[in-house]
Each structure stands twice: as C-alpha cells, then as structure tokens.
Ligand binder design. Sequence first.
Ligand code: XIL
Length: 399
Amino acid sequence: MNLRRTVPLLLSALVAASAPATGTDSGATALPSTPTLREAAGPGLLIGCSVETRALEEPRIATMVARQFSCLTADNEMMPALLVDAAGQYTFERGDRIAAFAQAHRLPLFGHMLLWHHVTRDWLFKDARGEPLSRDTALANLRRYIETVAGHYRGKVVAWDVVNEALSDQPGEYLRDTPALRAIGEDYIAQAFEFAHAAAPDAELYYNDYNIEEPDKRAKALRLVRALQARGVRIDAIGIQGHWNLHHPSPATIADAIRDFHATGLKVLITELDVDVLPRTTSGADLVSVEEGPNPYPDGLPAEVQQQLADRYREIFTALLRPPGVAMITFWGSDDGHTWLNDYPVKRRTNHPLLFDRAAQPKPAFQAVIDVLRAAAAAPVAPDRRAGAALTPDPTSAR
Ligand code: XIL
C-alpha cells in the first residue's frame, strides 16, 4: 500500500463524512426524506451508477447521483473512441469532467475500459487496408494507449476494466474473434493487464463481460482468469455486467456464478446492472441495434409492470447479496432518461430499466432494493473483499 497516497484519501473521506450528503449544484432538488441506496447498502458494499457528462449537466440528476450512490463509472466517456481520434489525438475533457464530479463528491471512480472491440480505433490493431498489424506494432500501440490513458487517470480512478468482452458467445469457441486477437494472439489480454499495472500500479484491475453468469460462458471466464493468475498477472475482480431482463437469468444462475467466481480468490462485481422491460429477441449486450421494434410503454410503465420490475429487482438483489455476495453493484445509467437501453437493441425506444424515472424520482423498484440492502447490510464484507479496496476509503468512515 502506498501510504503517501492512501492517507490523504482517507483523510478526505473523513472530511466528506461530516459534509452534507446532498450535492452542491445550484437549483438542485433535495429529497431529504428519501432513503439512500448508499446508506442502505452499509459499509460492505459499494453501490454505483454510470454517468455521462450530459446527465451531470442536469441539476436534478447530478443531485440525485451524488446523494444516492457511493461510487461512479464513466458511461462512455473513457472509451477509446471517445478519448482518442482516428489520427491518434487525445481529448480527455469529458472524462475529466466526470473525474472532477467524482472527486468533488468523494465518490470512487471506476474506469471503463481500456480495451474493447466496440467503440475503439481501427489504427490500434489494423493497417490502412484493414489487415492485422504485426504483433510488435499492435503491442506497441496497445501499450502506448494504455500508458497514456491509465497514466492520465492515475490517482483519479480506483480501478480499470482492463479488457471488456473478450470471450466468445459461440459454443466451443473460447475467445471472440477481434482485431486485437488477430494481430497479437491469445496473450493480448494478459499483455493489456501487464501494461495497465505498469501504468497505474495502485489501481485494481478487472475483467468485465456480459452473460458470464451463464454456465457455458462462465466456464470460459474461469479459464481466462485462471490463465491470467497462472501467468502471475495482477487481476483483482471479475465484473459481471448484469444486462438482464424481467425473467433471465434465474436467481440460482446468478448465485452459482458468484460462488464459482469467488472460488478463484477474486472479488466479484456487478458492473452494469439494468433490467430491460421491453420485448427483445436477443439476450446479453453485443452492441448491434436495429431500427424498428415494439415500443409498448412510451408514456410510462403500467403499474403492473412497475410491480414486476420491483419484484425482479428484489429477487436479483437477494441473489447478489447471498453470501459470499458481491463487492460492488453498479447500474448502467443513472435514470430511465439516461440509459443505453433507450437505443439498444432497438433504436429510439422508451425503456424503464433503472431505479429512478426520467424525473430522477425513485420508482417502486427503488424501495424494493432499499429493503433488500438494509436486510443484507447486517453482514458486512471484509475490507479486502471490497471493490476498489486499494484506494477506496473505508465506507464505514465516510457514510
Ligand atoms: C454503452 C454505452 O452506454 C453507450 O453510450 C455507448 O454508445 C455504447 O456502449 N456493455 C458495456 C458498455 O460494456 O460499455 C456498454 O455501454 C453497454 C454494454
């Protein structure tokens, strides 16, 4: 542990503990009587959401986020295609605004992500004709990208999703066919973790993917983690994205996955939770959207579906918090007006997957989650099992 860096962070957390929990944004609506997720979660569990700068520009969203959550993730503003252009020019402005918001509200910030085959730049791994670069050139590009980004955010993010969605969805195929795999080979994942550790030695490092709670993909995730561990690569946690719906996956599948991932000795995190309430024909989160599809609830969620969503969140949180449980639960998006599910897997729909509606008001699902969190908070997680433990101040002292 680096005491020179950790002690000031601990001190700032203690200062934060005496500060009011509401945000400082002018014109913001405070709802002092509403319970908060972070208080209900108690000391052992971080509860967060992903945010975009345009969401934080709305005072009521910014206030709600600062009051309700105990950690943050940048939604898309730390993705390679947002940080660096086709010519290799970097712009950190929007990512920095999220880092500044997190810092102002003493919220640990999780970095998403250093390598993903979507929302990336072709020049990292392909030549001008679209052919794979040589292994050495591709590795040098990857190293420079990770050094630049993880170096820029050193001390500002507590952890990185180093590699996102490297596993194949095809039965029998281990790794997804990506430009990085073609140019570098199977060890590109280990290399990315090594570059990240060199650039940000204090940050925790995670592998993140969707549908890895399902037995087939779970086995691939376990194979990957064990290979990284055998090579001596730093890896702290497995992030289960958690893009789920009203019926899938089952609570038993979720609990089994957490148990299996814990057996590797790593922490287990839910990094991108949402519950899709609209009809869809695909499961998971592979980023391809179609133009047309049913949009049954453009004017709001009917009461019976609202209740189904609350019951589903109660069931999911009960499974997530059953010991050994997870160390962090982060929602993908702050509220129903700021969720990728309004444009995925069908563009321009009105989705309702989160705990807060478009006016940042809590939905029935919010109370269901509060109830489960309060019941589970009685059994705190040991400090070394917490997400971002390397840099995260003890939440007991901060809340
Ligand atoms: C989504 C973002 O929310 C969108 O803004 C962006 O255009 C595409 O990506 N799995 C992930 C996230 O790991 O990065 C994705 O986020 C959602 C699926």
